[in-house]
Ligand binder design. Structure first.
Ligand code: AMP
Ligand code: ZN
Ligand code: FE
Ligand code: FE
Length: 282
């Protein structure tokens, strides 16, 4: 089983990188990618805990925004972590997320919801990428709802009055940076409409021009019709297809390897990186 999109507590997942490696090994996963939001800070711990039986693919899920304000998530896999410009963009995004959280909290306070930045930061692991899920966790801790999902449904979804965007590169720029850094670019859950507006079918051509390698087709937030549509797009534009769990530990219902990538698709994807960067335990 090949699972190319998972999160740890380096962003909004709840397992440490070491715990995720152990769980993935126990679930019989043969290839695991770790893709924390806008960060590679979990790479060293994950590599250090790898054991024989599974290959590790290091990556990141890069938050992007189109010129007309649509949020897009771009998975970068197998890129060189020493590429400065890519790391600068990730670090700018991470920093910007703090001011953005303060603005969200101000809006909530004005609406009478009592929550503070301190309470939100208490939910965040050291150095992790701050996101709305940490605010949701703080609100759950205050008894405002039972789960992240409930908080997102009620208060934190992209169409809510409390939604504030943060600095993000365009999808084309993120793809270009991933490719310059020698990696492969996979657009994550492109039709997951419960997260807000999604990109048009026409925009995929522009991503492929920028260097997009694959489309994440098999994902729990896609219906059967959307999967078929995406398969057609991947076929028409001659790009690869992936499937993944988007596992977040206890943060979401997603189970490891609930969707997977076909081995021959993975082999083709891996061969598009400019060096062999898959990690195997020695
Ligand atoms: P942010 O990056 O701060 O804009 O937060 C977006 C993240 O929130 C996504 O990457 C998801 O992991 C998480 N998320 C989005 N919708 C939900 C939901 N309905 N329930 C739980 N988590 C969600
Ligand atoms: Zn997430
Ligand atoms: Fe995502
Ligand atoms: Fe994700």
């Amino acid at each position: 089983m090949i699972d190319l999109h998972t999160h740890t507590n380096i962003s909004d997942g709840t397992d440490t990188p070491a715990q995720l490696i152990n769980k993935a090994l126990a679930s019989g996963i043969k290839v695991l990618a770790i893709t924390d939001h806008d960060s590679i800070a979990g790479w060293d711990e994950a590599s250090a805990h790898l054991r024989p039986g599974m290959d590790l693919v290091l990556g990141s899920e890069i938050s992007c925004q189109t010129d007309d304000g649509i949020s897009v998530h771009m998975l970068g896999l197998l890129f060189d972590p020493g590429h400065k410009e890519l790391q600068d963009v990730l670090s700018q995004t991470r920093d910007n997320r703090f001011g953005r959280m303060e603005r969200i909290i101000i809006r909530m306070n004005e609406a009478g919801i009592e929550i503070t930045m301190e309470e939100v930061l208490a939910q965040l692991s050291d150095g992790a990428t701050l996101g709305r899920p940490h605010l949701a966790d703080a609100m759950v801790a205050k008894g405002l709802a039972k789960s992240r999902d409930e908080i997102f449904e009620k208060w934190l979804h992209n169409n809510s009055p409390y939604y504030v965007a943060h600095y993000s590169p365009t999808p084309e720029r993120a793809i270009a940076l991933i490719k310059e850094a020698g990696g492969v670019a996979v657009i994550a859950h492109p039709m997951a409409s419960l997260r807000g507006r999604t990109v048009s079918v026409e925009s995929f051509a522009s991503y492929v021009d920028a260097g997009l390698d694959a489309i994440e087709v098999f994902h729990r937030d896609h219906t059967a019709d959307q999967r078929n549509l995406l398969l057609g797009i991947a076929n028409d534009l001659n790009v690869l297809r992936t499937g993944s769990s988007d596992y977040h530990g206890n943060g979401k219902l997603n189970e490891l390897a609930e969707n997977t990538t076909e081995p021959e698709q993975w082999a083709a994807l891996e061969s598009r990186a400019d060096a062999r960067r898959v990690i195997s335990a020695s």
